[in-house]
Design a protein around this ligand. Structure first.
Ligand code: FAD
Length: 356
């Protein structure tokens, strides 16, 4: 389809920033509005390793697998434009579990999806990750990668600016811009609740606060491999020898953006099971973002009406699914055939008309 549209995007997280780039690159006129307040993406230093997840919901799995692959296409496009892709690092991930049987099961699950992995003993883990003091076994997944959310947003905006793209840092009321554009894409995270309310709908969407910490440099040279223990926290080494550790999950429908020191201390304590004296380190930086969940944990993407497209409910795996959700939105607008069943993600499942 050759038709070019005038498109507004509300929300510049993983979905909105990638959508901005791929739509502008394909010669649509794109305007992105983002108030930079409640972003989950900006706070996330996210892990992309969906093949070994124990969450087996098929529509979700399809999106996270395709999203993880799509990064490679996107990075190729960025490189052709001369844009740095260091927001994305393929450094490998080690999944930690006490029981070898669990790791063998996960290994088979990965094999079935064509992803290779290697079993490691605690001593072998220590050789790769010298600060590790746990007694868990590990599964090394070389293709596991990580994404710096804030850097990613900036990268895709920079790429979009090479085309017909405008950016405004402001909170938008959708009714004020409805007549100005051919399409309006609502990918505003928890902001979708208010936007869809302004269109007369209640949406089944709740907020969950996530906090993470970045330690002072530890001066131990790690291999930049991410550790994924059982439970909430993951541990990611950075180039300056600091560690990023998180993230917490707290239901928070007031969208409270205050840090909770108790939670930050708990993150330190939980990590000290794996990293010596981590409970005593100084926190160099802390980050906080609001994730969104539907009540059945499903992701939605699709048309609300002829003009408005909405995407959301990306939960704690949006850095994996987000790129493909952006591609789905582009395909809807361009009427390209889709290789997945879009009825599985119909936003109307989560909408009801607002009672007057
Ligand atoms: C601490 C943390 C760690 C995480 N770790 C991982 C991980 O390891 N792996 C993974 O896959 N995922 C992870 N996630 C989840 C992932 O970050 C989210 O699922 C994803 O970023 C959601 O992206 P989004 O584009 O839907 O929304 P968001 O990133 O929330 O972006 C929405 C934007 O819209 C703006 N907005 C809202 N309303 C309006 C309005 N009316 N006008 C203008 N702008 C508006 C908001 O302020 C925000 O900037 C993590 C999240 C957090 C918080």
């Amino acid at each position: 389809m050759d038709k070019k549209y005038n498109i507004a995007i509300i929300g510049g997280g993983v979905v909105g920033s990638i959508c901005s780039f791929i739509l502008a690159e394909n010669k649509h006129q794109v305007t992105l509005y983002d108030d930079e307040i409640y972003s989950a993406t900006k706070a996330a230093l996210g892990i992309i390793c969906p093949w070994f997840s124990q969450r087996r919901n098929k529509p979700w799995l399809k999106l996270v697998l395709k999203g993880s692959e799509f990064y490679y296409d996107l990075n190729k496009m960025l490189k052709e434009l001369g844009i740095d892709t260091s927001y994305f690092r393929e450094n490998g991930t080690i999944i930690l579990r006490k029981e070898k049987e669990t790791l063998l099961k996960l290994q088979k699950q990965g094999n079935d999806l064509g992803i290779q992995s290697t079993l490691l003993t605690p001593n072998q883990i220590k050789k790769i990750f010298p600060s590790f003091i746990g007694d868990e076994n590990g599964l090394l997944v070389k293709s596991g990668s990580s994404v710096d959310g804030l850097k990613m947003i900036e990268t895709f905006k920079q790429a979009a600016f090479k085309f017909n793209f405008r950016y405004f840092k402001k909170t938008i009321n959708i009714n004020d811009i409805l007549s100005d554009y051919d399409y309006i894409i609502c990918c505003a995270g928890i902001g979708n609740k208010k936007i869809l309310e302004d269109l007369g709908f209640d949406i089944d969407l709740r907020a969950s606060k996530g906090q993470l910490i970045i330690s002072e440099p530890l001066n131990v040279k790690e291999n930049l491999i991410t550790l994924m223990p059982k439970g909430e926290i993951d541990i990611m080494p950075n180039l300056d020898t600091s560690l990023t550790v998180g993230a917490s999950h707290q239901n928070d429908d007031n969208f409270n953006l205050e840090f909770d020191e108790n939670i930050l201390n708990k993150i330190k304590k939980d990590a000290s099971i794996y990293i010596q004296d981590f409970d005593k380190i100084e926190i160099k930086e802390k980050k906080l973002g609001i994730r969104t969940y539907t009540s059945d944990y499903g992701v939605f993407v699709g048309k609300i009406n002829e003009k408005v497209i909405a995407a959301g409910g990306l939960s704690s795996s949006g850095l994996s699914s987000g790129p493909y959700i952006a591609k789905i939105i582009k395909d809807i607008i361009e009427e390209n055939p889709s290789d997945i069943d879009l009825s599985l993600y119909d936003p109307k499942k989560y909408l009801k008309n607002k009672e007057k």
